[in-house]
Each structure stands twice: as structure tokens, then as C-alpha cells.
Design a binder for this molecule. Structure first.
Ligand code: IVH
Length: 669
């Protein structure tokens, strides 16, 4: 098959797979196979820039950074909806509609997706513009970002010119992954998927947007009269064109139909993999919609039934201040127990001093407590009308509640910290963290046991875990023979935990699971890692300057180096995954390799580490001694030199590999 045909075939295959995965929610290919085809297409398109096409699946990843977003006018304004909150208000809406349209009305009910309204323009079947709602009349042109959303078709099944509106949103899974990553990197967390979606679409770097896992549901064809005559037909038509349409729409004829749809939606809400915040009720026939018309702000033919937030009132009894592993002092509100969304709640989050001040919460206040998604309950604020005058402002502690060291507030942080390294509260938290499931996974060494060991003076530092014996453990209250033996076994077993888990356990700031894994895969041992310079660390993909600095600072501390050495002396193996891989020969073992150009599936540093992990040598210039040249996009003189060498000396053992050939060889290892 010639390259042009193969390019067409790959594009069409990848489009079909994208459609099944992101629109039909029914994947028909595994990620690895998808990636292989994707890389093949990238390589062929690199070889043949003359066949580039804006709707190729490769054009979603986003290359060029935006300097800002241009404004775009919405020819048909993007209005918002009036809200209703009760069955009574739904009935009033229905009455208003019937007063104008007569008795024969039908409605379409849809899920109200909690994201951002987006407008998409297609010309002759191609996506040419995507914009935010903005103020309804003027929005921002965020086409480059919207192109990265795989649920949004870049081209349509038919060469139509039309505008489609819908909601861009962040599925729960993407939201959790994003926040987990941000936590590891010490960045502020997004409060909910909607904010995260909004923040993502405002990014100037579309490559960042591409990684966020946004999605889209189409819900309106604002200028559809020539094509379809009702909202129901519009939804089906958009589905046919290849748009993702939320599947739970339904035709309703009476208020009681609508109410049972709303009830079903409230139940479904708990299980859906994305946030909905209500139900949108729309008159079905466009002719009736026209008859009803608009108010200044919103259509008269549609309303949003908003789910009421899950909120209750309770009395704030006191604040508990706790000191975390890194010394951050956080307030937790202790409230009179209340039932909220099916569970009894007696504690709620108050975040930090700024939040307390901003909300002006006082001891004794009746407060509003809310549960948002799967996030822990939080205090929304005081009910001012319930104040009696006996409420007492909350004093923020100036001394650490555990060790009485004066607290400090670092610049750029909302948190007060205790900087005393030997603060008992921090020490206990550090010990708990070290033994925890995500770190050394010492079975049976939970919070209570760690606290008991610490207060009995048996364990102060993580190294002390490894000097415990059964008789010592038996001194603890409620510790029997059997559990003591089991615990000792678990401690001994944990000595075999790999380097990455030890790194997590040490609790180096900004080093979470992902970074620890990367460090363990790059450095052959703890000793090598301890010597690494800031720039060596930063050369690892995803390790930023803040992380690199924090790692260097940690190991610059004498006490920390000693701790690591003691752990080694106590028998912790701290095996690096890099070392493990080194034991296996691969195609690049003992070979000299030159890496050039920009790679799509991995960073250049990843390519280099893969070769080094097999014991290959990466060199910066091409010579007769070079065994492999691996090239990515925009490879220049090194590739040309290798090609020239091969032409002149065809017997050389030099091989030139594309990125995808390289990846295939890695897999064959
Ligand atoms: S129809 C006149 N349908 O809710 C606005 N909106 O204020 C017509 N939304 O801005 C919108 N799901 O962002 C419609 N199935 C749905 C929706 C939906 C979510 C959002 C949209 C709009 C807001 C209503």
C-alpha cells in the first residue's frame, strides 16, 4: 500500500476508534494498539508534510502556544436559562407555555451537565471555530483548545455548515487524576470538576489542555430550522453527524412526566461519571419555541430545574487544630452531629485561616454545612440571622498546638506551619506516613499502633521501626503474641520494598508516587540519587525546578543522609527499578546511540533513559562507531550525517530508526 493510502486508512481508523471511545463510550481497541497506529500516522505525516490535513487525529495534540484568546461575537446570542427549584415552579412554567401554545405541548428533558457552554462552528463539515459563551454576545476563540477534546469531531459525517452548542466538562475520573497530580506537585487543588474544566480551557498551552481529559456533550443547534423542526429531532440529528449527545434525554407531555424524569435524574446523579446540576426542560417544537420567544436574558420556552445543594444547619462547637506531616496546622470544625446526604457528620473542613476570616465563622454559630460530590463536608458559612451575640471569634493559634513553637506563615502560602523538625505531632505523622499503604506498606502498623509506640518512647524515627522486636511490642497495651509476631514479620518484609516506596516514605516535599517512580526508574540506586544535582533531576520529564530543589535540599541535610544510611545498614534493599531493568539485555545493550529531533509519544529524556537502562551509551554526535540513530520530528544535521554515512559505507552496523520503530524494538525486548 502506498503511503498516501495508508495515511487515509490510518486517519479513518483512528477517527472511528475515537468516535467509539469518546462519543459512543464503547471502546473497540486497547490503548496500546491505538498508540501504535497513532505513531505510525505521525511518522508518515512527518515524512509527507504535503499531505497534512487539519482534521487528522494527530492534529489534536496541539503544538503552538496561544498568546491570548481573540474575541468572537455570537451572531445568535448564547443566553442562559431561568431556574426553577420545585414541582410548583415546574407547573407554573408549564402553565405559561400552555397559555401561549395551547394544550398540545411536548417537552424534551435533558440532563443539565455541569461544565461550560461552548459554541462550535463547522464550515463544509470542518470545525473552523470553537468559542466560550463569554457574556453571551462576545466570547473567546478557544478553537486550539477545543480541538484537543476527542469527543468533539474535527470533521462531520456530512459536509454541513452549521453551529452546534453544548457543554464542555471534566469527567470525574479526569478530575481526580488532575487533582492527584496537582497535589503531588504542591499546586492548589481545583474545588470541583466545573472549575477544573474552566481553568483547563483557559490554558494558553493546548498540550496541557490535551492532557486534562475534557469531554463534551452537544445539546443545541441554534440555527436548525432548515434541517430539523424540533429539539428531539435536533438531538438525533447531532448524534447522526457524530456528536456526543447525552443519552438520557426524554420526551415528556405533562408536569408529572417531567417530575418523574427529575426524580430519576436525581437518583442517576449518584452514579454518573460526570457532574450534573439539574435538568433542562425545553419545549420540543421549534414553531412553539418561536411563538414563546425570549425575555432579555433567557428563552421563555426552556427552564433549568436546579438540584438543591446538599446542605444542612448545625452548631459549631469548637475547632480542632491538627499538625500535619509537613508542619501545616489545619483547622477542623467540630459540629453538633447532623444527618447529611445519608451520613452523620460531626466534623467539617474549614481549610485555613483565610477561609475562616473570609467567612467570618464564630464559635457557637449556626453554620451551613455542605457536601459537594465525593469531597468531605465543608462549612459554607454562618447563618447571621441566628446570631445571639454570644458567638466568639475564632483565634488562630500562634504557637504549634503540639510543641508550642511559634508558627510561621510562609510567603505565597495560606498555611501556618510549625518549623520545628522534632515537633512530636509531625514526627508521629511522618511515622504513620512511612508505614502507610502507599509507602512501605507495613501491615498492622496503623495510626493507633504508631501513636502508642511513639508515646511509649519506642519509636522516634522511621529507622526505629527496624530495631523493634517482639518483646518490645508486647509491652504495648492490647498487643497480643500473635499480632506482635505478625507485625514483626511485616516490618521485616518491608525491608524489600523498592526504592520508589522508600522515597515516598521519606516524605520529601513534592515527591509523591509519580515522581518517586520516575526517580526510581532513572537512578540506579539511592546513593546515586543522593548525589544528583538539581539540573540532573530537572532533566527528568515531569520533574520541575521546585521538585528538583526540594530533593536536593532534602539530601543536603546531614540528618536526612544519616537516616538513609541507617536504613541501608538495617537491611533495607531499596532496589531501583532501573537496576532491575539493567539486568536484562535489550537491543540497545552496549550500543552507541544518537538521539535527535522531537518525539511525540515520549520526551527525549525518556528515550535516553530507556537506552541507558539497557546499558546503552547515548552519544551526542554521529560517527562510524554509532550503532543507532533514533530520530523524531524536525531532525536535522545528525540524521543527514547518518544517512550520508550509510550511503558512503553501506556495510556499517548503523541503523536509522523512527520513533515508532524504536518503540517497537523496546517492546520486543
Ligand atoms: S440549553 C439558553 N441544555 O446550563 C441556553 N443547557 O443556564 C440554552 N447546560 O449556559 C442552553 N446542560 O451551559 C442546555 N442539556 C443542556 C444543558 C445546558 C448544561 C448549561 C449551559 C447553559 C446553562 C443554562
Amino acid at each position: 500500500m502506498n503511503d498516501q493510502l495508508r495515511i487515509d486508512e490510518l486517519r479513518s481508523k483512528l477517527r472511528t476508534y475515537d468516535y467509539h471511545y469518546h462519543v459512543l463510550d464503547d471502546p473497540i481497541l486497547d490503548d496500546e494498539q491505538y498508540d501504535r497506529l497513532f505513531r505510525e500516522l505521525v511518522d508518515l505525516e512527518t515524512l509527507h508534510p504535503e499531505w497534512a490535513s487539519p482534521d487528522s487525529p494527530t492534529q489534536r495534540v496541539g503544538g503552538v502556544l496561544a498568546e491570548g484568546f481573540d474575541k468572537v461575537s455570537h451572531v445568535i446570542p448564547m443566553l442562559s436559562l431561568g431556574n426553577v427549584f420545585s414541582v410548583g415552579e415546574i407547573a407554573e412554567f408549564d402553565e405559561r407555555v400552555r397559555a401561549v401554545a395551547g394544550d398540545d405541548v411536548a417537552y424534551v428533558c435533558e440532563m443539565k451537565i455541569d461544565g461550560l457552554a461552548i459554541s462550535l462552528h463547522y464550515e463544509q463539515g470542518f470545525l473552523v471555530q470553537g468559542a466560550t459563551r463569554g457574556n453571551g454576545t462576545v466570547g473567546e476563540n478557544i478553537t486550539i483548545n477545543l480541538r484537543t477534546i476527542r469527543a468533539i469531531p474535527l470533521s462531520l459525517q456530512e459536509p454541513q455548515s452549521l453551529e452546534v452548542r453544548g457543554e464542555a466538562y471534566l469527567p470525574h475520573k479526569s478530575f481526580r487524576a488532575l487533582n492527584a497530580l496537582r497535589q503531588e506537585e504542591g499546586l492548589a487543588l481545583f474545588a470541583n470538576p466545573r472549575n477544573a474544566a474552566a481553568g483547563s480551557l483557559r490554558q494558553l498551552d493546548p498540550r496541557v489542555v490535551a492532557k486534562r481529559g475534557l469531554s463534551f456533550f452537544a445539546y443545541a443547534l441554534p440555527d436548525a430550522k432548515g434541517i430539523v423542526q424540533s429539539q428531539h429531532e435536533a438531538l438525533l440529528y447531532m448524534q447522526k453527524l457524530g456528536f456526543p449527545v447525552n443519552p438520557y434525554f426524554a420526551l415528556c407531555h405533562t408536569v408529572s412526566d417531567i417530575v418523574s424524569y427529575v426524580e430519576k435524574a436525581e437518583k442517576l446523579r449518584e452514579t454518573l461519571p460526570y457532574d450534573i446540576d439539574g435538568v433542562v426542560i425545553k419545549v420540543n417544537a421549534f414553531s412553539v419555541q418561536e411563538q414563546l420567544g425570549y425575555t432579555a436574558k433567557s428563552p421563555r420556552f426552556s427552564v433549568a430545574y436546579k438540584f438543591t445543594a446538599q446542605k444542612v444547619h448545625s452548631r459549631l462547637q469548637r475547632i480542632e487544630w491538627s499538625v500535619g506531616r509537613t508542619g501545616v496546622v489545619t483547622p477542623t470544625a467540630v459540629i453538633e452531629p447532623v444527618l447529611l446526604a445519608g451520613t452523620t457528620v460531626s466534623r467539617a473542613s474549614l481549610h485555613n485561616e483565610d477561609v475562616i476570616k473570609e467567612k467570618d465563622v464564630r464559635l457557637g454559630d449556626i453554620v451551613v454545612v455542605q457536601k459537594a460530590g465525593d469531597i468531605i463536608p465543608e462549612i459554607v458559612g454562618p447563618v447571621i440571622s441566628e446570631r445571639t451575640g454570644a458567638e466568639v471569634p475564632i483565634d488562630y493559634p500562634t504557637l504549634c498546638p503540639a510543641c508550642y513553637t511559634p508558627l510561621v506563615r510562609l510567603t505565597d502560602e495560606a498555611a501556618w506551619r510549625c518549623l520545628n523538625e522534632s515537633c512530636p505531632a509531625q514526627q508521629v505523622e511522618k511515622l504513620i506516613h512511612f508505614a502507610s499503604r502507599q509507602a512501605m506498606n507495613i501491615d498492622g502498623m496503623g495510626e493507633a499502633v504508631v501513636e502508642a509506640l511513639y508515646h511509649a518512647g519506642l519509636v522516634h524515627d522511621v529507622t526505629d521501626f527496624y530495631t523493634l522486636d517482639k518483646n518490645v511490642l508486647l509491652r504495648l497495651e492490647r498487643m497480643g503474641e500473635k499480632s506482635a509476631s505478625k507485625l514483626i514479620d511485616a516490618i521485616v518484609k518491608s525491608k524489600e520494598q523498592p526504592l520508589e516506596r522508600v522515597l515516598i516514605g521519606l516524605g520529601i516535599r513534592h515527591v509523591g508516587e509519580k515522581v518517586a517512580k520516575m526517580l526510581a526508574a532513572t537512578f540506579s540506586s539511592m546513593d546515586v540519587l543522593m548525589q544528583a544535582s538539581q539540573s540532573e533531576l530537572q532533566a527528568i520529564s515531569d520533574v520541575g525546578p521546585k521538585m528538583a530543589q526540594s530533593i536536593v535540599q532534602y539530601f543536603a541535610h546531614e540528618a536526612n543522609r544519616e537516616r538513609v544510611m541507617r536504613l541501608q545498614a538495617l537491611g533495607l534493599t531499596m532496589k531501583s527499578t532501573a537496576l532491575e531493568q539493567n539486568l536484562y539485555d535489550g537491543p540497545f545493550t552496549a550500543k552507541t546511540v544518537v538521539v535527535t529531533g522531537t518525539f511525540t509519544a515520549m520526551t527525549r529524556q525518556d528515550v535516553v533513559s530507556q537506552i541507558e537502562q539497557q546499558g546503552g551509551k547515548v552519544s551526542s554526535s554521529v560517527s562510524k562507531k554509532t550503532d543507532y540513530v533514533i530520530y523524531g520530528q524536525d531532525a536535522g544535521s545528525k540524521l543527514t550525517k547518518a544517512q550520508q554515512l550509510l550511503r558512503d559505507l553501506p556495510d556499517l552496523s548503523l541503523h536509522i530508526l523512527t520513533e515508532s520503530e524504536f518503540l517497537t524494538m523496546l517492546k520486543e525486548k
